[in-house]
Write a protein of this length. Structure first.
Length: 287
């Protein structure tokens, strides 16, 4: 005969089974209710920084604006910038956005502009938003200071974004990740075709792999989350996929540094697909 504890355990398992597939979305609702009021201060800080930096120097127009976010990683950010500058697609401007830690001497390339925030925001999402709002471009790409792009990254993404048939053009493209550990040891290739139902329970798309058509919805969440569950890139893609078409390009174009000590991710259970293909696969958003 089962007792009260067995009944409670069974009830918890039933709830977990029922709600588990939507745990990220449920956590997102919880975050909005709990942390939402804290975004007003961050929005005021973001607005003030955008106004200050635009007054100092507005970046030139380009087809693609690459937003490089950095904080006290001078050697790493220079490698990231170099990987952006060696892209086969050249019509871009590289905005190096420093979160108040100071910038090293940047490459003497007119496409590279450095901007330092007046204070450390502790929010990469806010730093990215400032970069997006400073820039003027048809498309926006993102690169963190500890990752690098292969030379074909922008070219592969733009080929999908600018498909000749207008009704097949996506608004957001993400490529496959070649994931490596800090010592250079390969982990795997992360390549998951877009599936919004899967995205509800597993964040398998990373900011470094996305290139986005500029639109009013291109704003990262400002919620001050301490544990990154779900991360701001998941929230952005989940939100945009309600109204915009998302496409996966399964060519590995990003060398992604996996650091289990400082970044939350379930590396062993995130829907990894090993692939060496280079074709594109599209999926229209489902509501």
């Amino acid at each position: 005969m089962s007792g009260p504890e067995d009944t409670q355990s069974a009830a918890r398992r039933l709830v977990a089974k029922t709600l588990g597939p939507w745990r990220l979305q449920l956590r997102n609702y919880y975050n909005k209710a709990t942390y939402g009021p804290g975004t007003a201060r961050l929005r005021r800080f973001e607005d003030a920084e955008v106004a200050r930096l635009i007054a100092a120097s507005r970046p030139p127009e380009a087809h693609v604006a690459t937003i490089v976010v950095t904080y006290r990683r001078p050697k790493a950010v220079l490698r990231a910038i170099e990987s952006a500058l060696t892209q086969s697609f050249k019509d871009q401007v590289v905005l190096v956005m420093d979160d108040g830690g100071g910038l090293p001497e940047l490459p003497a390339d007119p496409r590279v502009l450095g901007y330092s925030l007046s204070a450390n925001s502790r929010r990469p999402s806010v730093v990215r938003n400032i970069g997006v709002r400073l820039s003027r471009s048809a498309y926006v790409a993102f690169l963190d200071d500890d990752n690098e792009w292969e030379p074909n990254h922008l070219g592969a993404a733009l080929a999908a974004l600018e498909r000749p048939t207008a009704d097949q053009r996506p608004d957001l493209v993400y490529t496959a990740l070649n994931r490596v550990f800090p010592d250079g040891t390969p982990l795997d290739i992360l390549s998951v075709p877009f599936d919004r139902r899967l995205l509800a329970r597993r964040g398998y798309i990373d900011t470094n792999s996305i290139v986005v058509r500029r639109c009013p919805h291109l704003i990262f969440s400002r919620m001050p989350l301490g544990d990154l569950k779900p991360p701001s890139d998941w929230e952005l893609i989940w939100r945009m996929s309600r109204r915009h078409t998302v496409m996966h390009v399964d060519t590995p174009t990003v060398r992604y540094l996996v650091n289990p000590d400082s970044y939350f991710s379930d590396w062993q259970g995130d829907g990894v697909v090993q692939t060496e293909a280079s074709t594109t696969q599209a999926s229209h958003p489902r509501t």
